[in-house]
Each structure stands twice: as structure tokens, then as C-alpha cells.
Design a protein around this ligand. Sequence first.
Ligand SMILES: *Cc1c(COP(=O)(O)O)cnc(C)c1O
Length: 228
Amino acid sequence: MNKNELEERLNLVKNDLNGAVLVAVSKYSPVEDVAMAYSLGQLDFGENRVSELTAKAGSFQFNQRQNVRWHFIGTLQTNKVKELLKTPNLWAIHSVSSKKLLEEIIRRESEITEPELNLFFQLNTSREEEKSGFDTVAEIAEAIELLLAKKKSNLVCYGLMTMGSIREENFEEAARKSFKELKVARDYLAERFSLPNLKLSMGMSQDYKIALEEGADFIRVGSLLFKE
Ligand SMILES: *Cc1c(COP(=O)(O)O)cnc(C)c1O
């Protein structure tokens, strides 16, 4: 990847952020391109496979790129939780998708290398079968109860995540509907659990502008930045 090109693309997205955080999804990219983005001041990166994340995070640690913040955004198997939590500079998991998975994260909490780990609960707003995530807000409420019941924990109930529909004819309208639904869920949970700072992680290359209009705090953009 050409450095000037990458810089232009990063700036294009950054101009729209208005205070939101850009998570640069580096799953398509070799670690050299991720390092290039880091050298341009991009510190937040998202990966959707544990093995790929640990390899890149290991390389960053070796090269003392210490300000990086890794975001895990993919479907997570319980048997990979331990390996994931050990990752250096792991800042957040955006894809906590079931109570069982949360229980495993809680069980493995002592593995985390940072003072805290931020958790986003994924809501399957598009109800597409192939997407993971909780099906209902009530189930997320149960999970949050479980997390908050832990008196001393370094796991932070940080926010909610969703993905817009990939199948709808009118993807823009469908995405907006998903994002609005996530915001309603967030407002309800924030009130119910007195968590006024719950964040929204929503929006990818094709719909991040809509997500920002709907109040996204974190957008996860990959191909628009990194695809050749
Ligand atoms: C790949 C991925 C993204 C980024 O998708 P792009 O369309 O490449 O921007 C965002 N979120 C999740 C969960 C992903 O798996």
C-alpha cells in the first residue's frame, strides 16, 4: 500500500468523525500496512480473528509501538477467549455475543494484560442468521446484570455494537433502522443500569456516514482504508 494514498483515505474518514473514534479494520492487511497507518497517527485497529490479532499485536509489541489499541470485532469462540485476553494492548472486545461467552471472559479475566478491558455487547439488529449477537435487549440486560454483579472487576461495561444489514435491497435505509434500534437499546440500558456513558459501535465502510449521523461513538472501517 502507498503511504500517501493511505494518508488521504485516513484523512477523508477522519474529517467526518466529529469526535467519534475511527477503528481501522486491518483484517485485510499485512502488518506492514498496519504499521504504516500507525506511523500516520492511527492508533485504533480492529481484527476479527484471534490468531491474526495476536500475530499483529505481537509484532507491534516487539517493535515497541506501544500506543496501539487493539479492538476485537469478530465472532468469538469460547475456546479462543483465553488466547485473546492475553493479547498485549487489547483495548476492547466489540463482539460479546452471548451470556455464555461473557461468562468465559469473566472466568478468564486474570489473563488480561492491561488495567482494564472494555466490553461491547453485540445486538443482532438485522436478525440475519449468519450474524452473531444477542437477539434481544432483554438478554443483553441479563448479561449486564451478570457483569455488574462482580464487585471487583477490570472488565468495563462499555457499550453496544451492531452491524447493518448486508442483504437488504436498500442497505442505507436498513442500516439506519439498525442504528436507530441500537440507540434506543442504549438509551434504555443506560437508564436502567445508570450507565450514562454507554457507547455505540456501529458503521462500516459502506454505511459509516449514516452511523455517524445516528450518533456512533466508534466506527469500524476496513476496506475503504486498506483495500487495494
Ligand atoms: C470487516 C468488518 C468491518 C469492516 O468492514 P468494511 O466493510 O471492510 O469496512 C466492521 N465490523 C466488523 C464486525 C467486521 O467484521
